[in-house]
Write a protein that binds this ligand. Structure first.
Ligand code: ADP
Ligand code: MG
Length: 347
């Protein structure tokens, strides 16, 4: 949990809690999962229902956090031990849908989002919750992994069994598990009869229904500092996910190295500072934010179109803001003099 994430979570909470006059009351609780604070706010006229729902969600999040972290002796850890053997094995019921969906999303993104590159992520030191200190890895080691070219498409699925045809595959769901988990939490809330809620994991969120008698309002943090660069109003069911180079990085000999790796060259992706995606579910929004970041300032509209994503804000390395027309129709750029932006049509 970085200080900036905490600041963003606080801004979002404040925006979310701005008074709305309704008989319903908001119930909020902050849980800890995936190395970040997860704010769950529920609107209901039954405090008991809200409390029970938050307890259930807390339990679910603990389970997901425990089992889907790539670098612990857990369900995913076991899968990562067995994949290099090339043998068929059962990945367990909680992981299989996660693996299946990430194979599909990886294909749609032309491999720019690819959770099979866990070894590259580990090589750069971004496997732990805290940022590494450097130095950057040895060129030879990067080259070796590029030659081995682990990809989600190396994973075969047969019923409940999986195997990898490439021993270099190591799964790391850091770019995707949070979105997937937020979706599961929303599903659980709905099962428990909750219709109005927001689940906000350090600025990445999904909201359903409304905030009392008005829409949900969410802020998107300025990548260059504190405060919000833009805000969105959400009603119904939508997710907002951001990938940025300012969340986890290290500086080494005047260069900055961040945690989003371009699978094509094994190095931190260049040219973009942050990507925000507005979409109807968290898993796809999370994967797409990462993929578009890797695609870079020229190619991202093409990858967005391939992934079926139409609401995107990209801030490039020079601070230039680009919006898709659909995003421009929704987002409000904040500030006394809102920043200029360019419109990028999708092909
Ligand atoms: P954030 O952690 O800010 O939400 P992302 O959703 O983009 O950002 O996830 C970044 C994490 O995903 C990295 O820490 C790493 O574990 C993993 N990762 C890095 N590059 C890729 C990639 N190209 N495809 C899939 N996962 C990646
Ligand atoms: Mg992501």
């Amino acid at each position: 949990m970085t200080r900036r994430r905490l600041a963003l979570a606080t801004i979002l909470l404040a925006l979310g809690l701005l008074a709305g006059c309704s008989q319903q009351e908001p119930y909020s609780e902050t849980l800890l999962a995936f190395g970040t604070l997860v704010d769950v706010t529920i609107y209901t006229d039954s405090p008991e229902a809200a409390q029970a729902a938050i307890r259930a969600v807390d339990e679910d999040l603990r389970f997901m956090h425990e089992n889907w972290n790539a670098w612990r002796p857990n369900t995913l850890g076991r899968v990562n031990l067995l994949l290099p053997t090339g043998e068929w094995f059962s990945s367990g019921p909680s992981l299989l849908p996660l693996i299946e969906q990430s194979i599909a999303l990886s294909e749609q993104s032309e491999g720019l989002f690819d959770p099979a590159i866990g070894k590259l992520v580990g090589l750069w030191g971004f496997q732990s919750d805290s940022a590494p200190e450097g130095p950057p890895p040895d060129e030879g080691q990067i080259e070796l992994l590029l030659e081995q070219a682990p990809r989600m498409t190396d994973i075969q699925i047969d019923g409940i069994r999986i195997r990898s045809t490439n021993p270099a595959v190591r799964l790391d769901f850091g770019a995707f598990a949070k979105g997937y988990a937020v979706d599961r939490v929303i599903e659980r809330l709905r099962e428990l009869g909750i219709q109005d809620a927001i689940v906000n994991a350090g600025g990445d969120l999904r909201a359903i229904g409304r905030h009392g008698n008005r829409d949900w309002r969410v802020g998107i943090r300025h990548p260059g500092g504190d405060g919000v660069i833009a805000s969105l109003q959400i009603a119904g069911d939508e997710s907002v996910f951001t990938s940025g180079d300012y969340e986890r990085y290290f500086d080494w000999e005047g260069e900055r190295y961040h945690h989003i790796i371009d699978p094509r060259n094994g190095r931190p992706a260049q040219g973009v500072t942050s990507v925000t995606v507005l979409h109807d579910n968290g898993a796809e929004a999370d994967a797409a934010a990462t993929a578009l970041f890797v695609a870079g300032p020229d190619d991202w509209p093409r990858i967005a179109a391939r992934m079926g994503i139409d609401k995107v804000m990209v801030i490039d390395a020079d601070g230039g803001i680009a919006l898709t027309p659909a995003m421009a129709g929704r987002i409000r750029l904040e500030g006394d003099e809102p920043a200029p932006f360019t419109l990028r049509e999708l092909p």
